[in-house]
Design a protein around this ligand. Structure first.
Ligand code: BGC
Length: 442
C-alpha cells in the first residue's frame, strides 16, 4: 500500500495529530533548561549522545507548528519539560521556560491546533536522582506541585492534559531491564517505581483538578503478546508478562487494584499502605491515551527473582527497531480497554509509528513507503473499531520529527519529517505528504 486513502473514510470529527516529547526534540542547552536523568544516563551509558541539541525545537518551534498546520493535523501532543520550568530547585521557576511554553502554546492556538500536553515524558530533573528518583514518594508530591504550577501558568490554554507518558517504561524498562534512565536492574526498585509513578499520576490529577476542571488522561503503552506455543508454562509466562506490562497499570487506574498473579510475584516489594494509594490512583479519568507499536512472543524461562519469562521477536515484517508490524494488536487493546475496563471512556491513540532507515534521495526527498504502509494498516484497524462503535476519538502519529530516540540516540528515525541534525533542516517525507493529501482535501 503506497497511500493513505484509508483516511477518507474517517468521520470529520475524528482528531488527527502528531506527537513529540520535550527531551527528544527541544534541545536542553537552550533557554536555561536544567539537566535531567537522561543527561546523566547519556554520559554514563550512551557515550555522551544526549538531547542538548536534539532538533533545536526551542528555536525552530514556529517552523514545526507550521509543518503541523500545513499537513492538516488539528492536534499536537507535546510534553512540558519539568527541568525547563524548574531547573535548579522545586521553588524557583525559570522565566525563560515559562516564556517558551507560552510562545509555543500561543503559536499552536493561533494555528487552530488543539494542544495535548503531557506533564511527564521521562525527563526527571537530575536533583531527584540523589534522593532515589521515582523510588522515593517525595518525588510524587513534587510532581503534584509542578502539575499545579503548569495548570496555573498555562491551564487556560489547553483543555485535555495527560499526566504520565508510559508508566511501564518509567518503571520496568528503566528500573528492571535497565534500558532507560536511570538504568537500574533491580526488582525492588522497579516495583516501588511501578507503584509510585501511578501515585504521582493520582496526586497530579488531584492537583490539576484543584485548579481547573481539566480533562485528564494518562498515556499507557500496551504491549501485545502471544505465547511461544500453547504449553501451560508458556501460557503462564504470557499471563505474568501481560499483568506486569499492561494490567498492572490499567487495573490500578480503572479498578483500583493490582492483578492477582503480578501481585503474588511482586507484592512483597510494595510499601504497606499501597491499597490506600490505589484509591487516589483510580480516580475516574476523562480520557485515556494508548501508545501502540508491536507485539512480543513470550516464552517460559526460569529465573531466580520469579520473573519467569523471556521476550522474543516473531518473524513478520519488521521496522528499523526490529519491531514487527502487528496492527491487529492495536484493535485488540482498543476493544479490551472498552470492554473490560470502561465502555464509555474516550480513547486517543497517542502514539503509533515506525522507525525506518530513511535517507534523502538525489532529489532531496524521502520515499518512506514502508511507513506509509505501517500507518495504513494501523489506521485500518482503528476504522474497523469505529465501525463497530468503539469510542476512539483521535490518532497521533509518532513522530512529527526524526528525533532523539532515547537509548538509540539519533540513529532511529520515526519522523513524518526528516531532520538533518547538522543544520536542523526539516524535510517532509512521503508519509507526511500522504497525510496532507487526504487531510487537506476539502
Ligand atoms: C515513547 C517515545 C518513543 C517511542 C518509540 C514510546 O515508547 O513514548 O518517546 O520515542 O515509543 O520508541
Amino acid at each position: 500500500m503506497d497511500n493513505l486513502s484509508v483516511l477518507k473514510d474517517f468521520p470529520n470529527h475524528f482528531t488527527f495529530g502528531a506527537a513529540t516529547s520535550s527531551y527528544q526534540i527541544e534541545g536542553n542547552s537552550y533557554g536555561r533548561c536544567g539537566k535531567s536523568i537522561w543527561d546523566e544516563f547519556a554520559q554514563k551509558k550512551l557515550k555522551g549522545i544526549d538531547g542538548l541539541e536534539a532538533c533545536n525545537h526551542y528555536e525552530y518551534f514556529r517552523e514545526d507548528i507550521k509543518l503541523i498546520k500545513d499537513l492538516g493535523f488539528k492536534a499536537y501532543r507535546f510534553s512540558f519539560a519539568w527541568p525547563r520550568l524548574f531547573p535548579e530547585n522545586n521553588s524557583n521557576f525559570n522565566e525563560e521556560g515559562v516564556d517558551f511554553y507560552n510562545r509555543l502554546l500561543d503559536e499552536i492556538l493561533n494555528n487552530d491546533i488543539e494542544p495535548f500536553p503531557t506533564l511527564y515524558h521521562w525527563d526527571l530533573p537530575i536533583r531527584f536522582s540523589r534522593m532515589g528518583g521515582w523510588e522515593n514518594q517525595d518525588t510524587c508530591k513534587h510532581f503534584a506541585d509542578y502539575s499545579y504550577f503548569v495548570s496555573q501558568q498555562f491551564g487556560d490554554k489547553f483543555e485535555k492534559v495527560a499526566t504520565i507518558n508510559e508508566p511501564w517504561c518509567v518503571s520496568w524498562l528503566s528500573h528492571y531491564l535497565g534500558e532507560h534512565a536511570p538504568g537500574k536492574k533491580d526488582l525492588k526498585s522497579a516495583v516501588l517505581t511501578m507503584h509510585n509513578i501511578l501515585l504521582a499520576h493520582g496526586l497530579s490529577l488531584q492537583a490539576l483538578k484543584s485548579n481547573r476542571p481539566h480533562k485528564i488522561g494518562i498515556v499507557l503503552n500496551n504491549q501485545y503478546a502471544e505465547p511461544f506455543n500453547q504449553e501451560p508454562n508458556n501460557l503462564n509466562a504470557l499471563k505474568l508478562f501481560d499483568e506486569i506490562h499492561n494490567r498492572w497499570f490499567s487495573d490500578a487506574i480503572f479498578k483500583g487494584s493490582y492483578p492477582k498473579l503480578a501481585l503474588e510475584v511482586l507484592g512483597n516489594n510494595l510499601s504497606k499502605n499501597f491499597n490506600e494509594d490505589l484509591k487516589i490512583i483510580s480516580h475516574p479519568l476523562e480520557w485515556v491515551g494508548l501508545n501502540y507499536y508491536t507485539r512480543s512472543i513470550i516464552k517460559h524461562k526460569k529465573s531466580e527473582d520469579g520473573i519467569d519469562y523471556e521476550t522474543l521477536r516473531g518473524s513478520l515484517k519488521k521496522t528499523d527497531m526490529d519491531w514487527e508490524f502487528y496492527p491487529t494488536g492495536l484493535s485488540y487493546f482498543i476493544k479490551r480497554i472498552s470492554n473490560e475496563y470502561s465502555n464509555q471512556i474516550p480513547i486517543y491513540i497517542t502514539e503509533n509509528g515506525m522507525a525506518n532507515n530513511d535517507e534523502l534521495n538525489a532529489r532531496n526527498e524521502v520515499n518512506d513507503l514502508d511507513r506509509v504502509e505501517y500507518f495504513h494498516l494501523h489506521l485500518q484497524e482503528i476504522l474497523n473499531c469505529l465501525k463497530e462503535g468503539f469510542n476512539v476519538k483521535g490518532y497521533f502519529a509518532w513522530s512529527l520529527l526524526d528525533n532523539y530516540e532515547w537509548a538509540f540516540g539519533y540513529s532511529k528515525r520515526f519522523g513524518l519529517v526528516f531532520v538533518d541534525f547538522e543544520n536542523f533542516k526539516r524535510i517532509p517525507k512521503k508519509s507526511y505528504y500522504e497525510f496532507s493529501k487526504f487531510l487537506n482535501r476539502n
